[in-house]
Design a protein around this ligand. Structure first.
Ligand code: ADP
Ligand code: MG
Length: 493
C-alpha cells in the first residue's frame, strides 16, 4: 500500500492491514468531593478566579497537607467497582515539575505505592462484553489553570488541589474506536457510582493517549507517542486515528518513530510535538514527608464494597434477560437515575411480568412528555408509582394504550391517580358483552354491503367494522372483545 493512500486513518488498522495499533490510556477523573485534596477550600466550577484558595493551595511556607477522607472513599469505590485490589497501605509522593499554575513546584501524586492495582473496565464488542485491563488507579491533586489572554497569561488556582484519580490502562486497546468506547464506559461507570460528574466540558474527565504501532503478528511493542490534552470522545477518536496514520506513514517512508509527548490541537485536527525523550522531565519522585502513608482496614474495604450499586453493563444484561429489546435495555440503563425510575416502576407493578410494557412507556411516552416539559427523569413530576397505576389499567384491560396516552399529559401536570381520572371521565373500557353485542348488531344491520364483502372474502373489512365500533364507543370498546364478537357474528350470518 502506498503512503498516499494511507493518509486516511480509518483504513490504517483494518484487520487486512499490515499494521496493528497498540493503545494505553491514562484518564484523569475529577472526584466529586466538596473540598480539595489536602485542605478545606471548596471545589466549585465557575467561581470567581482565585476565590477558592488557602495557604495549602497556595503552597505558603508552613502550610501542611491533610488528605481528604471523602477522596479516599471515592477512589476505593471506583477501584472496587472496577475489580481492583485495594492496597491496605499506599503512599503519596512528590512529582516535581515547574508550571506557573502549580505553586509548590511539585504535584502530590502516588508513585510506586498506588491505592488500586489491577482491575478492568468493561466495553461491548459487537454486543459482547470485553474487559479492558487496568494497570493501576492512583490519587493525586490537580494543578490550577493558565488563562491566556493576548500577550498576558493569568493564573487561576481554583482548580489547584482538586482530588483526581488517574486510571491507567494496560496497552491492550487496539483501535481508536475501542479507546473511545473505553472512555465512554468509564464515564458511565463514574457517573453511576457518583464518584465524579464526568463532565468532559468541565474537564472532569481528561485523557492522555499512548499510541504505538507494530507489524501485525509481532509481539514486541513499537515506540510510543503520548498525546496530551484530549477532552472529548470525538477527539479521542480523531487524535488516535490521526496518530496511527502518522506513525504508519513514517515507518512506510523508512523513518523511525521517536518517543515523545505530543499535544492534540483539536482546531487544526492534528498533533504537534511538545517534548521529545531528551527533554523528558525528571520528576525526582520521593515520598512526601508531610503525609503519612494512607492506611485502610479490611472492614472499610468490605463496607465500601457492600455499598456498590449495580453497574451499567450488568443492568443492561438484566434488562435484556427480562425480555427487553437491546435498544430499550441500553437506553434504560444509560443513566443510573433512568434505571432507578424503571426499576421502581416494575416494583410498583408488582414484579417483572410487565417489564416490556413498562419499558415501552418509560423510554417512549414518558420521555417524550418530559422532553415537552423540558425536564429530566430525575425531576419527573410523575413518580414511578403513579405511572405504574396507569400501566396497571392497561395490563388489566381497563383502558387501551391509546386512552392511556391521552391521560398521561394530565398526570404530568397534576397529582391525580390514573384510576381516578378514568372514573371521573368515564374512560374505562366497555367490557359488557351485552352492550357490545347490541352495538355490533346495529352496525352489521346498517352496513349490509360491507357484510357481503367480508363474507365474499375481503377480510380487510374486519378493520372497517372494528373502526366503526370504536367510533360508536369513543374508543372505549375492549378491542379484543370487539374483534372476537365481529368474527363470530360475521361468519354466523
Ligand atoms: P509513563 O509513566 O511514562 O506515562 P507508563 O509505563 O506508566 O508510562 O505507561 C503509561 C501508559 O502508556 C499506560 O496506559 C500504558 O498502557 C501505555 N503504554 C506503555 N507502553 C506502550 C506502547 N508501547 N504503546 C502504547 N501504549 C503504551
Ligand atoms: Mg504518561
Amino acid at each position: 500500500m502506498s503512503t498516499k493512500t494511507m493518509s486516511t486513518a480509518t483504513v490504517s488498522t483494518e484487520p487486512a492491514s499490515k499494521w496493528e495499533a497498540v493503545i494505553g490510556l491514562e484518564v484523569h477523573v475529577q472526584l466529586a468531593t466538596k473540598s480539595k485534596a489536602f485542605s478545606a477550600s471548596a471545589v466549585q466550577y465557575g467561581a470567581d478566579p482565585n476565590s477558592l484558595t488557602d495557604p495549602t493551595v497556595l503552597a505558603l511556607p508552613g502550610s501542611l497537607p491533610v488528605f481528604n477522607d471523602e477522596g479516599l472513599r471515592l477512589a476505593m469505590r471506583l477501584g472496587l467497582a472496577l475489580g481492583c485490589t485495594i492496597a491496605k497501605q499506599s503512599r503519596f509522593a512528590r512529582k516535581h515539575y515547574f508550571y506557573p499554575d502549580q505553586p509548590a513546584g511539585y504535584q502530590i501524586s502516588q508513585y510506586d505505592e498506588p491505592i488500586c492495582l489491577g482491575g478492568s473496565v468493561p466495553i461491548l464488542e459487537d454486543g459482547v462484553r470485553k474487559e479492558i485491563e487496568l494497570t493501576r488507579i492512583h490519587l493525586e491533586n490537580d494543578a490550577g489553570k493558565n488563562n491566556h489572554a493576548g500577550a498576558r497569561s493569568l493564573v487561576d488556582l481554583n482548580r489547584a488541589g482538586v482530588v483526581l484519580c488517574e486510571v491507567v490502562s494496560e496497552p491492550v486497546l487496539r483501535s481508536a474506536g475501542e479507546a473511545a468506547d473505553y472512555m465512554r464506559s468509564l464515564r458511565q461507570i463514574v457517573r453511576y457510582l457518583g464518584v465524579s460528574e464526568g463532565d468532559m466540558e468541565k474537564g472532569q474527565l481528561r485523557c492522555d493517549a499512548n499510541v504505538s504501532i507494530r507489524p501485525r503478528g509481532q509481539e514486541a511493542f513499537g515506540t510510543r507517542a503520548e498525546l496530551k490534552n484530549i477532552n472529548s470522545f470525538k477527539f479521542v477518536h480523531q487524535a488516535i486515528d490521526h496518530e496511527i496514520a502518522r506513525q504508519i506513514r513514517l515507518l512506510e517512508d523508512g523513518k523511525t518513530i521517536v518517543q515523545e509527548t505530543r499535544l492534540w490541537d483539536a482546531d487544526a485536527g492534528r498533533s504537534r510535538s511538545m517534548r521529545g525523550k531528551e527533554e523528558a522531565l525528571d520528576y525526582r519522585y520521593f515520598p512526601d514527608p508531610d503525609l503519612p502513608p494512607l492506611e485502610v482496614s479490611e472492614e472499610t474495604i468490605e463496607r465500601i464494597r457492600s455499598e456498590l450499586p449495580e453497574l451499567p453493563l450488568d443492568a443492561r444484561a438484566r434488562l435484556i434477560s427480562l425480555g427487553l429489546a437491546v435498544d430499550d435495555a441500553e437506553q434504560l440503563s444509560a443513566e443510573r437515575g433512568m434505571l432507578a425510575y424503571y426499576d421502581a416502576t416494575l416494583v410498583a407493578l408488582g414484579g417483572d411480568t410487565h417489564a416490556k410494557l413498562a419499558a415501552n412507556w418509560v423510554s417512549g411516552a414518558l420521555l417524550a412528555e418530559l422532553g415537552r416539559l423540558g425536564k429530566s427523569i430525575a425531576d419527573s413530576p410523575l413518580q414511578p408509582e403513579r405511572l405504574a397505576g396507569l400501566l396497571r389499567l392497561i395490563a388489566d384491560d381497563t383502558i387501551s394504550g391509546k386512552i392511556a396516552k391521552g391521560i398521561l399529559p394530565g398526570m404530568m401536570e397534576s397529582d391525580d391517580e390514573a384510576g381516578d381520572i378514568v372514573d371521573r371521565e368515564g374512560l374505562g373500557q366497555i367490557t359488557d358483552t351485552g352492550a357490545l353485542e347490541s352495538i355490533v348488531d346495529d352496525l352489521l344491520a346498517a352496513n349490509p354491503k360491507q357484510v357481503q364483502g367480508y363474507q365474499g372474502g375481503n377480510q380487510k373489512l374486519l378493520g372497517f367494522f372494528v373502526g366503526q365500533v370504536m367510533k360508536a364507543t369513543g374508543g372505549k370498546a375492549n378491542p379484543k372483545m370487539v374483534n372476537q364478537l365481529l368474527r363470530t357474528k360475521l361468519t354466523a350470518k
